[in-house]
Design a protein around this ligand. Structure first.
Ligand SMILES: C[S@@+](CC[C@H](N)C(=O)[O-])C[C@H]1O[C@@H](n2cnc3c(N)ncnc32)[C@H](O)[C@@H]1O
Length: 284
């Protein structure tokens, strides 16, 4: 045990041992696909201690029993506590430049169906989905007679509620140009004073839904474009293989996939070809 772990142990409010961590780690994996490394021990303790306090439980044995018994409500809180939700508007902006260039081509290709589907899988608090919606409106407007929809999903009910709400602290929009700010955001009124709210037109384009990527997906493809960025980085390789196979299945032939800057399909899936920096196209 190093000095840091020893100090953490001394200061702990609740006893937390290897058995608790192992059991919770298995449950996290089962419910979310997230593979927690040994280094995540303190993070798990910290995030779940808050749950113990909220529940008025004074030990991890009792909390583990609740989770292993399958208490549905608590499992929801447990999952929300464990997920990492870091995101930003136009994060990895090169993906949106590529999307903007691609959209007019998709409009040509889909003339037959006049339908366009985009999916932000693991959308967190919504910045990614709104960035997609802004890119759609800026690149192709609102083409008459077309059915254009963005689906935005996440396992975490808290972030999803924030995403659907579409109200942000102005700091969240720091990197956006003035033109984008004035075109796509409104100054919050009343209880939302001092905040930014995305314009209803963008919200109308997006459907927010809770969806666990590890479970069956009650959705209708095919999708033309799929963003799943900075999500699989937390999954093991086998889980990634299974997931990208399913993504290929719901993408249209030739459909486009964007993944996070530190993610790769190398030795994970052969159903995509790399087009450029973490941008892929379905080939089979
Ligand atoms: C770091 S955020 C990435 C947000 C956004 N895609 C981006 O790149 O900015 C990862 C998101 O994946 C979600 N997530 C983790 N496991 C999931 C699962 N099994 N099903 C659906 N979403 C999941 C988390 O709740 C979290 O909001």
């Amino acid at each position: 045990m190093n000095a840091h772990t020893a100090a953490a142990k001394l200061e702990r409010e609740f006893a937390f041992n290897d058995k608790h961590f192992e059991l919770l780690r298995v449950c996290v994996r089962e419910h979310t696909g997230i593979a927690l490394s040994d280094g995540k021990r303190e993070l798990v303790y910290g995030r779940l201690s808050r749950r113990l306090r909220n529940l008025g439980i004074d030990n991890f044995d009792a909390y583990c029993s609740l989770i292993t018994a399958g208490d549905k409500e608590e499992i929801g809180h447990f999952v929300n506590a464990i997920t990492t939700n870091l995101t930003a508007f136009f994060r990895e902006s090169h993906h949106f430049d590529r999307l903007a260039a691609l959209l007019p081509r998709l409009i040509e290709m889909n003339q037959g169906t006049r339908r366009l589907r985009l999916w932000s899988a693991g959308c967190s608090t919504g910045e990614e989905a709104y960035s997609i919606a802004i890119t759609v409106r800026e690149a192709i407007g609102d083409p008459p007679g077309w059915d254009v929809k963005v689906l935005a999903t996440d396992i975490d009910s808290n972030v999803l509620a924030a995403a659907a709400n579409g109200v942000y602290h102005p700091q969240r929009a720091d990197g956006l140009s003035r033109e984008r700010l004035s075109r796509w955001f409104l100054r919050g009124q009343g209880k939302n004073a001092g905040t930014l709210r995305v314009v209803p037109d963008l919200q109308d384009l997006i459907t927010f839904r809770q969806l666990n990527l590890m479970q069956p997906w009650p959705l209708r493809g095919p999708f033309d474009v799929l963003f799943c960025r900075n999500v699989v980085i937390y999954f093991g390789k086998e889980t990634q293989r299974m997931l990208f196979n399913r993504f290929a299945d719901v993408l249209a032939p030739g459909g486009h996939l964007f993944i996070g800057h530190s993610e790769s399909l190398f030795k994970v899936s052969e159903r995509f070809k790399l087009l450029g920096k973490t941008a892929y196209q379905r080939i089979s």
